[in-house]
Ligand binder design. Structure first.
Ligand code: NDP
Length: 234
């Protein structure tokens, strides 16, 4: 039986690779997108994760089409980097609202159906930065670290209903999110990675697909680094 997988921000970048990985495994995949059209070959629902009403409408659309959401991947995320003293309240709160509260909104809506079917898989996309810290990213790091506490509390709430909640923490992946970094900063990061290179989006996607699979049925509350060793020990 194909499962229904919803990937927020699955229209591009890492989310797109995650959507493709589940599609290749035979699942029914729906991605969220905010504007334009969903990518060719993928089913899309329009959704801004900062809008609770839009989240509810997106899930209702998926449920009408596929019955339920079995796997949620909360991947949508943004950065607004700035040193603390130059950071505006809006820079801080909007990153928290998208990355952390957005994950809360979609998870809360997904859990409704998962509790009914007494089964579910939730994967939250964090970052090595949430564990290691990074100058200029206090907002982003706080949002990504927050996902860990959120996930681990949920594990304790939802475990008895066979709902697993795990966090995947990628290192540096070349996408639109990281192309804003200066070439010098990109080079600096690569030099710090024990594997000496950046990750491909597919390398992140493979781990997300695995942790949502039956093979990982007994894995919950884990924070899985996919970072070439960059954050080891944290
Ligand atoms: P991209 O910038 O390429 O893609 C971000 C995705 O998030 C887009 O699909 C975007 O949708 C979506 N998104 C952003 N804000 C919202 C919102 N308010 N509502 C709905 N969707 C939204 O980033 P990546 O693919 O690199 O990042 C994906 C995730 O992986 C993020 O959570 C990021 O923090 C995390 N990550 C990335 C790393 C990297 O090195 N790239 C490293 C560690 C973690 P739209 O197209 O509509 O803008």
């Amino acid at each position: 039986m194909p499962r229904t997988v919803l990937v927020t921000g699955g229209n591009r970048g890492i989310g797109r690779a995650i959507a493709d990985a589940f599609t290749d495994a035979g699942d029914d995949v729906v991605v969220t997108y905010r504007s334009g059209e969903p990518p060719d070959g993928l089913v899309g629902v329009r959704c801004d994760v900062t809008d609770t009403g839009a989240v509810d409408r997106a899930f209702t659309e998926v449920e009408e089409k596929f019955g339920r959401v079995d796997v949620l991947v909360a991947n949508a995320g943004i950065t607004k980097d700035q040193l603390l003293l130059r950071m505006s309240d809006e820079d801080f709160t909007s990153v928290l609202d998208t990355n952390l509260t957005g994950a809360y909104r979609v998870t809360k809506r997904a859990v409704r159906g998962m509790l009914r079917s007494r089964h579910g898989r939730i994967v939250l996309i964090s970052s090595v930065v949430g564990l290691l810290g990074s100058p200029g990213q206090t907002n982003y790091a706080a949002s990504k670290a927050g996902l860990v506490g959120f996930a681990r509390s949920l594990v304790r709430e939802l475990g008895p209903r066979d709902i697993t909640v795990n966090v995947v923490a990628p290192g540096y992946v070349e996408t639109a999110l990281t192309e804003v970094l200066t070439p010098e900063r990109q080079q600096q990061i690569k030099q710090q990675v024990p594997l000496g290179r950046t990750a491909t989006s597919d390398e992140i996607a493979g781990v997300v697909r695995w942790v949502a699979s039956d093979e990982a049925a007994y894995v919950t509350g884990a924070v899985i680094p996919v970072d070439g060793g960059l954050g080891m020990g944290h």
